[in-house]
Design a protein around this ligand. Structure first.
Ligand code: C2O
Ligand code: CU
Ligand code: CU
Length: 545
């Protein structure tokens, strides 16, 4: 019998010899998988929980209005946001942690804007010239001749022209800035901005270079959802902390390849705090959840302090939206699975929990606390039974179907050393060139043992289905032999998405209208360690003839 691991080694090594020239590096890897000697990690069990209130990131303030050369009549709000070093208190009893952030605290400020109202952001790199996290110079784009500190900002989920999209090679060094234009011609949703610099993106985001960006519209307004202080962003990311509460980014013991394939932190932060609490009223709240972790997928549930039961939420939770906006109807949720890059829009009703303390857990781990007051309140907000229609795109609309593999390469001891999309390096010529205005089906074939959250810039798409298949047959003969029926997306994923979980040993099909602009964009795995080690490819939207 072939074990999963052996299978992975066999198939991946085969693919490696076929597709890459990195075998020298593979041979040189040590046989052991011993972790590198690392500074002692912080013992979280000694920290009191729920002593810090949940911080809410500030709203970004515009610095006036500006026009652009191509349209001098249109004056748009102008923002200047500076990437800079900051010290953040993640817990009352810990010393400040050194971060990099957009602005004076991390996460960076929240943008509030409306659909169809454009804005300009000058993204300034005011960071020092040395990185405080370990750069792997063997990774593409981070070679010894590249400056250590580089940033480029991508607004994840935004429909922008390529020159404002934060192409990974459009990085700037400290002392420079880029002026990006966001037309915001898209449905209401929560986007997020983060660094995207080639080869060090995982380090820059880990350092804290991220924030959220809300687009509102009339459809959302008309729903009378909880708003103002009853709408709260929950930005989740895990970090490895040393005993003195500093960020630790691990390196592999192999000096030739310090890259680690995923990192999982011992501390889960919410809006930058460890074990925060939020005082809520016994009424409905809207929570805008973002998974901004490098690699961790969360399985969240709201449990009663006493019962600690993970089977169902203590208070009713409905999912009303996903990455690119509202779902057709609220979906009752027992728990929420959310992968890096994904967003979920939730309504939680605390009205039956007057005076209670509820805990948000990730599997068995405590994330944060909700303290429900015993006040008598009138909740005038609603949870409508229908939200926003999401018309299903018929498969017949697709003019092209692309089979694209997600490939992991391992060395002789079975340790991953690199990942690629469709066995193709970043630098290879562009192979995916959809026509502007056309619709395509992208069939993502995942032979690896990991879920890869695959994200496409510029577009929104729908998940058609997922189907388990026999990887070895595909690897050797390119035959798709399915092992089960196609499974439609779960209701919470059956809306407009920009990041899709491609599950292990499954074929995931998405249908994508390539609307917006022509030019060069990227698609990639949103596990940032994978993305940085080449699980990212350019694609180009070409004009219709
Ligand atoms: Cu959230 Cu290309 O990224
Ligand atoms: Cu993106
Ligand atoms: Cu991946």
């Amino acid at each position: 019998m072939i074990t999963r691991r052996k299978f992975l080694q066999r198939s991946s090594l085969l693919a490696t010899t076929l597709a890459t020239g990195k075998s020298g590096l593979l041979d040189a890897m040590p046989a052991s998988h011993a972790p590198a000697t690392m500074p002692a990690a912080l013992d979280l069990t000694i920290l009191p929980q729920f002593v810090d209130p949940l911080p809410i990131p500030e709203i970004a303030q515009r610095q006036g209005f500006r026009t652009r050369p191509e349209n001098p009549k249109l004056s748009v709000p102008f923002y200047r946001i500076q990437a800079q070093p900051v010290a953040g208190k993640i817990h009352r009893d810990l010393p400040p942690t050194k971060f990099w952030s957009f602005g004076p605290s991390t996460p960076g400020p929240t943008f509030e804007t409306r659909s169809g109202e454009p804005l300009l952001v000058e993204w300034v790199n005011a960071l020092p010239t040395e990185h405080f996290l370990p750069i792997d110079r063997t990774i593409h784009g981070a070679e010894a001749d590249k400056p250590a500190v580089r940033t480029v900002v991508h607004l994840h989920g935004a429909k922008t022209r390529p020159e404002s999209d934060g192409y990974p090679e459009d990085w700037i060094v400290p002392g420079r800035s880029s002026l990006y234009y966001y037309p915001n011609q898209q449905d209401a949703t929560m986007l997020w901005y983060h660094d995207h610099a080639l080869g060090i993106n995982r380090l820059n985001v880990y350092a804290g270079l991220l924030g959220t960006f809300f687009i509102r519209d009339a459809v959302e307004d008309a729903l009378n959802l909880p708003k103002g202080k009853y709408e709260v962003p929950l930005i989740l990311y895990d970090r490895l902390l040393t005993r003195d509460a500093q960020l630790l980014y691990p390196v592999s013991p192999d000096p030739q390849s310090p890259w680690v394939p995923e990192i999982f932190g011992n501390a889960i932060l919410v809006n930058g705090k460890l074990f925060p609490y939020l005082e809520v009223e016994p009424r409905k709240y809207r929570f805008r959840v973002l998974n901004a972790s490098n690699a961790r997928t969360y399985h969240l549930a709201l449990v009663d302090n006493a019962a600690n039961n993970h089977a169902a939420n203590a208070a009713p939770v409905h999912q009303i939206g996903t990455d690119q906006g509202l779902l057709p109807a609220p979906v009752p949720l027992a728990n929420l699975e959310i992968a890096p890059g994904e967003r979920a829009d939730l309504i939680v009703d605390f009205s039956e929990h007057r005076g209670a303390q509820l805990i948000l857990k990730n599997d068995a781990f405590v994330v944060m606390q909700f303290r429900v007051s015993s006040a008598r309140v009138t909740d005038t907000s609603s949870l409508p039974s229908s939200l926003r229609p999401v018309p299903k795109i018929p498969e017949s609309q697709a003019v092209q179907t692309r089979l694209l593999t997600l490939d992991e390469y391992v060395n002789k001891s079975g340790n991953p050393v690199m990942l690629l999309l469709n066995a193709t390096h970043w630098k290879a010529p562009i192979t995916e060139k959809p026509v502007l205005g056309s619709t395509e089906i992208w069939t993502l074939i995942n032979p690896t043992n990991d879920t890869h959250p695959i994200h496409l810039h510029l577009v929104r798409f729908q998940i058609l289905d997922r189907q388990s298949y026999e990887p070895w047959l595909f690897q050797t003969k390119r035959q798709l032999h399915f092992l089960g029926p196609p499974e439609p997306p779960e209701p919470g994923q059956a809306g407009w998405k920009d990041t899709v979980r491609a599950y292990s040993r499954m074929v995931t099909r998405i249908i994508v209208p390539f609307d917006g602009f022509t030019g060069r964009y990227v698609w990639h795995c949103h596990i940032l360690e994978h993305e940085d080690n080449e699980m990212m490819r350019p694609y180009e939207v070409i004009p219709a003839v």
